[in-house]
Design a protein around this ligand. Structure first.
Ligand code: CA
Length: 228
């Protein structure tokens, strides 16, 4: 699945430049020219990363970043701030607002893409294309192939995403709501029971190589992926 990037930038030329290049890089891009319309967008769909221009008409990018950080639904959304300002003090103010990274205009598109990748790797490793191995289970996001002790395992796209998320978040307990947010991208229109259905399918898909034991049900809490 291609990561969705929310771009909030009021200068059309820069907005276009970012959109064209990120789309060529395989990202899905949602553009907005004000913080107010971006907030409406976020209520409908949670992006994977937000790229916010500092100076916007109306609410500033810094205030938008603070707003996103204070809302439980968007508090872990990775944020990169763009600005024409270059002062150290501004940089600190930007990072204090909760942004993960900060870029000064003019920037090269190549550097922007590198920063996006770095932030996603740190904050949302399930969105990167790195091959992951755990206890004989191997997942390759590029080819969408999974194998257990060398044996190919087949599963549906949702089970694949779920497994990718689990394999990049070993040993932690996730509630159904959290899994819907992280794996489905949004919990608004999906019932929590859906998670149980896909967990069942994932266990069945992992059973040929006996890796189904990795998926633990944590009573009253949710699910956990680990070898013990
Ligand atoms: Ca601006």
């Amino acid at each position: 699945m291609n990561p969705t990037i929310l771009v909030v930038e009021d200068e059309p030329a820069i907005q276009d430049l970012i959109q064209i290049n990120l789309e060529m890089g395989g990202y899905r891009v949602l553009t907005h020219d004000s913080a107010e319309s971006a907030l409406k967008q976020v209520q409908l769909e949670l992006p994977d990363l937000a790229l916010l221009d500092w100076m916007l008409p109306g609410m500033s990018g810094v205030d938008l970043a603070r707003r996103l950080r204070s809302d439980s639904r968007t508090k872990s959304l990775p944020i990169i701030l763009l600005t024409a300002k270059g002062e150290e003090e501004d940089k600190l103010k930007g990072l204090e607002s909760g942004a993960d990274d900060y870029m000064t205009k003019p920037f090269s598109v190549r550097e922007l893409e590198a920063r996006i990748k770095a932030v996603l790797r740190r904050r949302a490793p399930e969105l990167t294309q790195d091959v992951i191995e755990y206890h004989g289970l191997r997942l390759d996001p590029t080819s969408h192939k999974i194998s257990g002790h060398g044996q190919t395992l087949s599963m549906g796209p949702t089970e694949f995403r779920l497994l990718h998320f689990f394999m990049t978040h070993i040993e932690r307990v996730y509630s159904r709501t959290q899994l819907l947010d992280f794996v489905w991208g949004d919990h608004v229109f999906i019932e929590e029971r859906t998670v149980d259905v896909h967990i069942r399918r994932l266990r069945a898909a992992l059973s040929p190589s006996k890796h189904d034991f990795l998926v633990h049900t944590v009573r009253g809490s949710g699910y956990r992926f680990a070898a013990d």
